[in-house]
Design a protein around this ligand. Sequence first.
Ligand code: AMP
Ligand code: TRP
Length: 321
Amino acid sequence: MRILSGIQPSGTMHIGNYLGAVRQWVSAQNPEAFYCVVDLHALTLQIEPERLRDQTVDCLAWLLAAGLDPEVCTIFVQSHVPYHSQMNWLLECVATYGELSRMTQFKEKASRQEGYRVGLLTYPVLMAGDILLYSTEEVPVGDDQIQHLELTRDIAERFNNRYGETFVVPVGVAAPTSARVMDFQDPTRKMSKSVASALGLIYLNDEASEIDKKIMKAVTDTDNEVRFDWEKKPGLSNLLEMFASFTGETPAGVAERYTRYGDLKKDLAEIVIDALTPIARRYREIRADEGELRTLAAHGAQKAMDVAGPLYRRAATAMGL
Ligand code: AMP
Ligand code: TRP
């Protein structure tokens, strides 16, 4: 199965990235799977150049620590494969301003800043290129990216109709549970690196005591009935989903076993600590050998070029270049 997905090197990975995306990547990895650290996408944010370089290497290390195996799948950095930028231009001449300006993520991010970059608007086109360059069949992502996947499908179909069959039309696949992990302090808001309240999100490198504190202090309602109900009990439902996605139960099944919020939180904290501690330990080992990480990225880029190059040339030729 040809798979591709990406993650921005915009800070330490959080539990939403892990449960919503990266854990799916690990279980789906195969010789046809491509996973990409999307440093070009991170340029839509204000980020110091040195920091971006560092975080790109960090992100590679987190992916390995979470269980991706470069012997099994291909792991690479987006900017190392120039076809991504080149494909972006071709697809910018297929996508329309109207469809890009309707994207929820664009509208949200643009409303939070003055003089936002054009890249914020065209961001999903670059992402469509990432996916289409690899004849991708499935794209494992968190729920917030599903709209971008719909756009990718539209762009691929339009291109194929206009210029002849070139691209595979991919499908986006969200995780069955925890596809949208919410902020612990504001469960109506997605857990996110960019809008972080100190207690709102768990980073993969948080100390056990911090994880414990964040979960115990997570905002819940006051009626004290343990029940899975996103409408009326978003805070509690967020915790139940997280619990279920670690244990393989259903969120409602977990709810049935508890009568008190405190007991549920205590057990969840233990489960999260047990799951994340070994990942953080592996991360520290892997991150210590930066040379090895760079070699791995170079090897991944070569494998990616071999697939992306021919597809880019086909698309360019089809358009008359
Ligand atoms: P990003 O950090 O925005 O590059 O996201 C990388 C991956 O993590 C994407 O597949 C996102 O959909 C996913 N993701 C990000 N935040 C969350 C969240 N709060 N819950 C579930 N998945 C998420
Ligand atoms: N836009 C995605 C995000 O913010 C990251 C991304 C870039 C991506 N290119 C991709 C995800 C290709 C899947 C496939 O999370």
